[in-house]
Design a protein around this ligand. Structure first.
Ligand code: FES
Length: 144
């Protein structure tokens, strides 16, 4: 059974011009809400929620990423701290059920149909073979 990690930046601002709400960063509130989702069984048991200090997308608060060794890593931003946890839990459920981690935009929860910041392919293991010559050859630029 694959293990999945849902990274949550706990340092993200709450809103533009407002770093904190009730004494905590927006990302902290999002993390707490995701832990509550986990306690309520809204996240698959194969998904672990991991707080991180920063995902280097600080101007796109709040930010999360989901990763698994054999799957594409997805990263999202522009997530409202108090309203995103349920949508993220739905995405994490889709991600855990997928074979490759690629969740088409139309299938993602509405809140996550925008704001994707990165889609990083899985690391190839040597058992799967080296990168092919075709993959390694850069695509030529179109001529003006
Ligand atoms: S503070 Fe959240 S991504 Fe940097």
């Amino acid at each position: 059974m694959s293990q999945h990690t849902l990274f949550v930046c706990t340092s993200c601002s709450f809103a533009a011009g407002q770093r904190e709400y009730l004494g905590q960063r927006g990302g902290y509130h999002l993390w707490q809400r995701l832990l509550k989702c986990q306690q309520q069984g809204q996240l698959p048991p194969t998904v672990r929620v991991q707080p991180v200090e920063c995902l280097s997308a600080c101007n796109r608060f709040c930010t999360i990423a989901i990763a698994s060794p054999e799957k594409t890593t997805l990263m999202f931003g522009d997530l409202p701290a108090l309203e995103s946890a349920t949508a993220i839990a739905q995405l994490a459920t889709q991600y855990a059920a997928s074979s490759d981690g690629v969740i088409p935009r139309r299938d993602r929860p509405t809140l996550l149909q925008k704001g994707i910041l990165a889609r990083i392919p899985p690391v190839r293991s040597s058992a799967r073979g080296a990168i092919s010559k075709r993959e390694a050859t850069p695509t030529p630029s179109p001529q003006p």
